[in-house]
Design a protein around this ligand. Structure first.
Ligand code: NAD
Length: 362
């Protein structure tokens, strides 16, 4: 199979971690008989330095011409970098918002996995962390409260702010379909999270999700109120497979879920549109404090590349080969500095890439 992948190395540790992910993808291609055609584009600070803007139309066109985009991370030190003296629409992060919009990426996927070997980093009680967990938060990304009409007015000398939470049934249906499709590739359980005891938008959410569920009789659906979900994530995270939720609830719950893993350098993410196209990136930022030192953890980016194989190319076996390699390396005791613990062997970013390449097998 031919895989057309556009890479955005970006800023800070971005180029280092994308380089390692490409090494692993190349090994997958070699082992399984695929051909990868890469193009690189500039975004964020790297694009500002060359073009004066964080994202050019040519870069967007190149991204659209690919099957999928693999990104490192963008942005610099927000207090010292000259990029942050520019107006907000010319700063690095504007590039990210711009590309998400241009590619119509409405579904955000963030897996939160607790590896047995890293259970010590989990802030939960050991009787909970010992059970491990492997969930995926599917968050609607382009609707809801963050995109509704808003205004601040003054009435009789009192300031008043209004935000609007709107969803139509089509917006809910398309994210629900993604959620159920992805649950089919996992443990076949969807927990739809809403606030249907209070909000009309949640009541519509719940009824559309139930309609979609009829097409997936093999997938179990449960509904959970968002306040209960926030509690369950710390009480019994092992119960979750796919959590399907709207924009603001997903924003908060996905951060909570990633914090309970305790390992920011391990967390992958994907943003998808209604085709197979997706943008894959680690959940962490560009870590300017450690850039250029070859000590960053490349695993979040490499696991994002595995998500790309699974969700954009339907190459489930290849994705599993990468995920298995990660588990093996952790089991053998290799760690980058951010996840280092006593008795383990500390390795650099590039060495971690090499170790994973060796362990990707057919
Ligand atoms: P950050 O995630 O970059 O770093 C937080 C801490 O985690 C730092 O100490 C860093 O060294 C460490 N860290 C992060 N990733 C690591 C890895 N792979 N290996 C080892 N250690 C790692 O968050 P921040 O410092 O708040 O932000 C830095 C820059 O990144 C800012 O410009 C911010 O806007 C940007 N950012 C970009 C994205 C994105 O591109 N999607 C996301 C978040 C932040």
């Amino acid at each position: 199979m031919e895989l057309k992948i556009t890479c955005i190395p970006g800023d800070g540790i971005g180029p280092e971690i994308v380089r390692e992910a490409k090494k692993v993808l190349d090994k997958v291609a070699q082992s399984y008989g695929h051909e990868i055609k890469y193009t690189d584009i500039l975004m964020g600070g790297a694009s500002i330095d060359v073009h004066g803007v964080p994202l050019t139309e040519e870069a967007v066109a190149q991204a659209k011409a690919a099957d999928a985009v693999l990104m490192g991370s963008i942005g610099g030190d927000t207090t010292t970098s000259p990029w942050y003296k520019l107006p907000p629409n010319l700063r690095p992060e504007a590039g990210l918002l711009g590309i998400r919009k241009a590619l119509n990426l409405f579904a955000n996927l963030r897996p939160a996995v607790l590896y047995k070997e890293l259970a010590g980093a989990c802030p939960l009680k050991t009787e909970i962390s010992d059970r491990g967990f492997d969930m995926l938060i599917m968050r609607e990304l382009t609707g809801g409260l963050y995109f509704g009409e808003r205004k601040t007015v003054e009435e009789n000398g009192i300031r008043k702010a209004i935000d609007t939470l709107t969803y139509d049934e089509n917006e809910i249906r398309r994210i629900a379909v993604k959620g159920f499709d992805i649950a089919r590739k996992r443990r076949k359980k969807v927990t739809s999270v809403d606030k249907a005891n209070v909000l009309d938008s949640s009541r519509l959410w719940r009824s559309v999700v139930e309609e979609v569920a009829k097409d997936y009789p093999d997938v179990t659906l449960e509904h959970m109120l968002v306040d209960n979900c926030a509690m369950q994530l710390v009480k019994d995270p092992a119960q979750f497979d796919v959590i399907l939720t709207e924009n603001m609830f997903g924003d908060i719950l996905s951060d909570e879920a990633s914090m309970v893993t305790g390992s920011i350098g391990m967390l992958a993410s994907a943003s998808l549109n209604d085709t197979k196209f997706g943008l894959y990136e680690p959940s962490h930022g560009s870590a300017p404090d450690i850039a250029g030192k070859d000590i960053a953890n490349p695993i979040a980016t490499i696991l994002s590349a595995a998500m790309m194989l699974r969700y954009s190319f339907d190459l489930d076996k290849e994705a599993e080969a990468v995920e298995t390699a990660v588990k093996e390396v952790l089991k053998e005791g290799y760690r980058t500095v951010d996840i280092m613990s006593e008795g383990c062997v500390q390795v650099s970013c590039s060495k971690m890439g090499d170790l994973l390449v060796e362990r990707v097998r057919k």
